[in-house]
Write a protein of this length. Sequence first.
Length: 206
Amino acid sequence: MSWYEENVVPKIVDLACGSKNMNRWRQKAVVGLFGEIVEIGFGSGRNVELYPSELKKVFAVEPSEKATTMASGRIASSSVQIERVGLVGEDLAITDNSCDGALCTFTLCTVSDPVKVLSEIRRVLKPGASFHFLEHGLSPDANVAKWQNRLNGFEQKIAGGCNLNRDPLALLKAAGCEVEIIRQRYAKGPKPWSYFTVGTARWPNG
């Protein structure tokens, strides 16, 4: 991870993804979480204040030390126990079939191997447990999608490898997920960055 990615990108992401409008979307993603979960791409802890009261413990996965430091105040003020357990979602240091749920927000766009991450999430979830997600991604509007493809290289450089043109539902399908609840639409902001998908998914037969 470069100096820019470690020290600047977390601040950009925290600012861009920390507005009240973003919180309304995040709230939809965390509804129904309970017990002990894994959160991939914990970042600066923007979801912490929105965790439902039924949530007891979060295994946080986050590669950036800067983002983890930025999250310290939110972690300290939370009633939920939060334990950092690793840097990358592709290799989770969590026991098989042990989590009551999983969460990621604005994460599948950036991880190096999203299908591997989803495979790891499936491994650590208890049978029937749900995966909650909020992602930006490829627009169904051909003109917007064209601009997403054009801007993707620039986006990767300034946003630590983030992709504008990944389709989260296609990734979930490739990982064998069955999507249960979903909402897709543009949020406030430039359209290449603001086509959001929020929902829950499960793997059949656990």
